[in-house]
Design a protein around this ligand. Structure first.
Ligand SMILES: C[S@@+](CC[C@H](N)C(=O)[O-])C[C@H]1O[C@@H](n2cnc3c(N)ncnc32)[C@H](O)[C@@H]1O
Length: 496
C-alpha cells in the first residue's frame, strides 16, 4: 500500500435520548391505506407484495433468534445480496438494530397486548411482532404502515390466521405510546428504580445493576448511561497516523474532527464503506474510546523505549492497526497475538505495510507458544470480556449475555494479566483494557492481580488518556453518556 508518510500527531510529512427526531422516521409506506379503510383492513382479501426492507429486517431478526447470528454481520451481507442501498438500507438498519436493542420492552408490550407470554408465540411471528412494535413505539413510521407491512409479511409466509393474530396484537400495541406502556408495565419508580430504568431503556436488569455499581450508586448517572446506551450509536472513524490526518479525513468524508482522540472523525451519517480513505486503507471505523486506549499504550512515559511492543489479544486488529501505525513512526515493532486463526487473518488485513508480526497463539503462555521472550517495553492487554461497554454497537448482545458468563472471563483475564506482567520489562508499561465497565472485570480484577504479583504496581492512567472528566483515578472508565465513547476501562501497570 503506497501512502504519504506522517508524524504521530497525524501531520503528513509530505505537508499534505432518545430524541424521537433522532430515530429513523422514514415512512416509506405511508401511501398505503391502513386498517379501517376498505378491503385492506381485512387480511383475508389482501394480496400484496411484501416490503423488501421489512422482509430483510425480519430475516435478520430471525437469524439472530434461530442461529445466534450477529445482526451487524448478517445485515450488511443481506443488504448487498438483495441490492438494497441508500435510504432503504438506512431504514432496514434502523429497524433491525432498533428492534434487536429494544427486545425487552417490545416483548413486554407484545405479551401484554397478546395476553400471553412471548415464549408461547411462534418464533416467526415474534420476529415480525417485534419489528412492528418497534415501528409503532419508537419511530415516526405511521401506525397503518407499521401494521400493514407486518401483516403482509406474515400473510405471505404463514397465511391468513397468523396474519389476523399479528394484526390484532399490533393494533392493540398501537393504542398507546411507549410512555403509556412503560407506565403500565415497568416496575414502579418508588419501589424499584433500577428495575424501572432497566425496563424503560431496554436493558436486562442485571446489566443495569452492573452499571449502577460501576457508576458509584448514582441513579442520575445510571439513567443517563442507560439512555445513551439505548441510542443509535455514532459512527467514529480513525485516521491512521502517517496515512491521513483527522482534518483531511473530516474534510473528505464530510465528518467532524473528534473531541479527544487526535485521529478521530465523527461521521454524521451515510455508509462508512463509501468513504474513499477507508477504501484505500488510510482510515477505518473505530470507536474513539478504543483509539484513546491504543494511543495511551504508545505515549506512557517509560524512559528509554527499546521499541519492543506487544498486543496480547489483538483480533480483529483495530487497536493493532493504530498502534502499528504509531510504531512505524516511532521506529518500534509490534508483535500481535491472537488465539483465533480467523481473527488473526483479520489483523493481517489491517496491518499490511506496518512493522507488525501476527502470531496465532494462546497469550496465557506467550513464550511457550510463540518463542517471544519477556522484556517488552509496552504491552496492551485488551482482554476478552463481556462487552457490556459496547452494547449500543452490538444490538442483540444485551439480551444474549448472561451473568454466568462473567466468572469464566474473569479467570481468563487474571491469567492474561499475570502473563503480561511477566512479559513486561521492569519500568515498562502494561495497559489492561476492557470494553466493559463491570467491576469484576475491571477494578476488582486489577486489584486481585496486584495482590498476587507483588513486583507490580498501578500507575495513574489519566494523563495518558487525553480526555476530560476522568474521575479520581488511577484507572480510567470512559462512558457513552459522559465521553460519547464506548464504556472502555483502562488501567496502567508497571513492575520493578
Ligand atoms: C476484546 S478482543 C480484542 C480487540 C482488539 N484489541 C481490537 O481492538 O480489535 C479480545 C480478543 O482476544 C482473543 N483471545 C481470547 N482468548 C485469548 C487468548 N487466550 N490468547 C490470545 N487471544 C485471545 C479473542 O479471540 C479476541 O479476538
Amino acid at each position: 500500500m503506497s501512502r504519504p508518510r506522517g508524524d504521530r500527531d497525524g501531520t503528513n510529512r509530505s505537508g499534505s435520548n432518545r430524541d424521537r427526531s433522532n430515530r429513523s422516521g422514514t415512512d416509506r409506506s405511508n401511501h398505503r391505506s391502513g386498517p379501517g379503510r376498505g378491503s385492506r383492513n381485512d387480511p383475508k382479501v389482501r394480496d400484496k407484495a411484501v416490503d423488501p426492507v421489512r422482509e430483510t429486517a425480519r430475516d435478520v431478526l430471525r437469524a439472530v433468534r434461530e442461529r445466534d447470528a450477529y445482526a451487524n454481520l448478517v445485515l450488511p451481507k443481506m443488504l448487498r445480496e438483495r441490492h438494497i442501498s441508500g435510504r432503504d438500507a438506512a431504514l432496514a438498519t434502523e429497524l433491525t438494530y432498533g428492534a434487536a436493542r429494544a427486545q425487552g420492552i417490545l416483548d413486554a408490550v407484545i405479551a401484554a397486548a397478546a395476553n400471553r407470554p412471548v415464549d408461547e408465540i411462534d418464533g416467526r411471528l415474534i420476529d415480525v411482532l417485534r419489528l412492528g412494535a418497534y415501528q409503532l413505539l419508537r419511530t415516526r413510521v405511521g401506525a397503518h404502515a407499521a401494521v400493514d407491512t407486518s401483516v403482509d409479511l406474515v400473510r405471505s409466509e404463514s397465511g391468513i390466521g397468523p396474519a389476523g393474530f399479528v394484526n390484532a396484537v399490533l393494533r392493540k400495541v398501537s393504542q398507546r405510546d411507549e410512555e403509556l406502556w412503560v407506565d403500565q408495565l415497568a416496575p414502579s419508580m418508588a419501589d424499584d428504580l433500577v428495575g424501572h430504568l432497566a425496563f424503560r431503556y431496554a436493558h436486562p436488569r442485571w446489566i443495569a445493576e452492573v452499571f449502577y455499581d460501576a457508576l458509584g450508586g448514582s441513579f442520575g448517572q445510571l439513567q443517563a448511561a442507560l439512555a445513551a446506551d439505548d441510542e443509535r450509536p455514532p459512527v467514529h472513524l480513525v485516521a491512521r497516523p502517517g496515512f491521513i490526518t483527522a482534518e483531511e479525513l473530516a474534510l473528505t468524508s464530510g465528518g467532524e474532527v473528534g473531541r479527544y482522540s487526535p485521529y478521530c472523525v465523527y461521521l454524521p451519517g451515510g455508509d462508512p464503506g463509501d468513504v474513499e480513505a477507508i477504501r484505500q486503507g488510510y482510515a477505518g471505523v473505530q470507536d474513539e474510546g478504543s483509539q484513546l486506549v491504543a494511543r495511551a499504550v504508545t505515549v506512557a512515559d517509560i524512559g528509554t523505549d527499546g521499541g519492543r511492543w506487544l498486543d496480547m489479544c489483538a483480533g480483529p486488529g483495530g487497536k493493532a492497526a493504530l498502534i502499528g501505525a504509531l510504531a512505524d513512526i516511532d521506529n518500534a515493532h509490534l508483535d500481535a497475538i491472537e488465539v483465533s486463526e480467523h481473527r488473526a487473518d483479520l489483523i493481517r488485513g489491517v496491518v499490511r505495510d506496518l512493522p507488525v508480526d501476527v502470531h496465532v497463539a494462546d497469550a496465557r503462555d506467550v513464550t511457550a507458544h510463540t518463542g517471544l521472550e519477556p522484556g517488552f517495553d509496552r504491552i496492551l492487554l485488551d482482554a476478552p470480556c463481556t462487552g457490556l461497554g459496547s452494547l449500543r454497537r452490538r444490538p442483540e448482545a444485551r439480551w444474549r449475555r448472561q451473568p454466568t458468563d462473567v466468572p469464566e472471563l474473569v479467570a481468563l483475564q487474571r491469567e492474561l494479566l499475570t502473563e503480561a506482567l511477566r512479559l513486561v520489562r521492569p519500568g515498562g508499561v502494561v495497559l489492561y483494557s476492557t470494553c466493559s465497565p463491570h467491576p469484576a472485570e475491571t477494578t476488582d480484577l486489577v486489584s486481585s492481580v496486584l495482590e498476587s504479583v507483588t513486583a507490580a504496581r498501578q500507575l495513574d492512567a489519566r494523563p495518558i488518556v487525553g480526555a476530560t472528566e476522568l474521575g479520581e483515578g488511577p484507572h480510567v472508565q470512559l462512558w457513552p453518556h459522559i465521553h460519547g465513547t464506548d464504556a472502555m476501562f483502562l488501567a496502567a501497570l508497571t513492575r520493578s
